[in-house]
Design a protein. Structure first.
Length: 97
């Protein structure tokens, strides 16, 4: 499992953007919904799940995109499985911690 993390300092604290590496650089569209993973917003550094779990504990907001990372978000109790947004089979969740 390879995950990419981009840390951004926002006006309300740290925002983590975590994406499955295998979907970076792709665009998913369904109706009016779009996940454009070509954007710089999603680019970052490779991290393992233990590193990401620690980073999430210090974040204010977390954006998770991809099957692997959203499953981790559910496992860690960050994401309500009923509130996941799906675009062309790709899950996306945004969490305020």
């Amino acid at each position: 499992m390879t995950l990419i993390v981009n840390e951004k300092q926002g006006p309300h604290g740290l925002l983590l953007v975590v994406t499955d590496k295998d979907i970076l650089g792709k665009v998913f569209e369904e109706g009016k919904l779009q996940l454009d993973l070509r954007k710089e917003f999603y680019n970052g550094e490779e991290k393992n799940k233990e590193q990401i779990k620690i980073m999430c504990s210090g974040a204010r907001d977390v954006h998770l995109t991809g099957k692997e990372v959203v499953a981790l978000g559910v496992e860690w109790g960050l994401v309500d499985a009923e509130r996941i947004l799906w675009v062309k089979g790709v899950p996306h969740a945004e969490v305020a911690i």
